[in-house]
Design a protein around this ligand. Structure first.
Ligand code: C5P
Length: 212
């Protein structure tokens, strides 16, 4: 693998993008940027400030007063309330432009010293169209719901499997059907099947990265 590459990973909710990105980041010494955490952190901030998430206008106004979003992966940003709120605000172009700029600036400022792996929904299709390698992670709904359920139980949250499955379907619907930057498979992406074991998935991916 040559130096300072940019790898994008897109896929639906709970498809394993986070785990795969962390693995790639460690193995290939790349920085990891989790774009979902930016949507979550912004949603958390807007909720805290009592902003009406149904109002594009109110959100637009409040974005003018926010000049920094933390990249830190606080545990409280992972709960289902924030997941729902993040996917609610992700439909607005103002929000997407705001977050895209943060991501693009961050990568631009740091890519000379280190390569990146960036994961999300529109990273290969919109945010970094010129990435060196684009991956799209595919997992069926049931497997994603099972894994998310286990994750929540393991972290001590109460959770009900049918509810998780319903919420994953709803988030998929919203992510795939929104007007701006819907979740799509980028034309030039490699589709990675992550229904099997993690080691199978990683084997497919490492082969591609080795050749960069
Ligand atoms: O990936 P994660 O589940 O943390 O993302 C939270 C929400 O943020 C997603 O449901 C999606 O609606 C939104 N998102 C997005 N575009 C991205 C990353 C996340 O719309 N690049």
């Amino acid at each position: 693998m040559r130096k300072n590459v940019l790898i994008t990973i897109d896929g639906p909710a709970a498809s394993g993008k986070g785990k795969i990105s962390s693995y790639i980041s460690k193995k290939w010494k790349l920085k990891h940027l989790d774009s979902g955490i930016l949507y979550r952190a912004l949603a958390f901030r807007l909720l805290k400030n009592d902003i009406n998430l149904e109002s594009d206008n109110d959100i637009k106004k409040s974005l003018k007063f926010i000049n920094k979003i933390s990249f830190r992966k606080y545990k409280q940003l992972r709960n289902e309330n924030i997941s729902k709120a993040a996917s609610k605000i992700a439909i607005y172009q103002s929000v997407r432009n705001f977050i895209n700029k943060i991501q693009q600036n961050h990568v631009k400022e740091n890519i000379k010293s280190n390569g990146f792996v960036v994961d999300g929904r529109d990273i290969g299709s919109k945010v970094f169209k010129n990435a060196d390698l684009k991956l799209y992670i595919e997992v069926n709904e049931q497997n994603r719901a099972k894994r998310r359920y286990k994750q929540l139980i393991d972290t001590g949250e109460k959770s009900i499997y049918p509810k998780i499955l319903k919420e994953i379907k709803l988030r998929d619907y919203k992510d795939r059907n929104r007007k701006y930057s819907p979740l799509v498979i980028p034309n030039d992406a490699f589709v990675i099947n992550n229904n099997g074991s993690f080691s199978d998935t990683i084997e497919q991916i490492n082969k591609l990265i080795k050749d960069l």
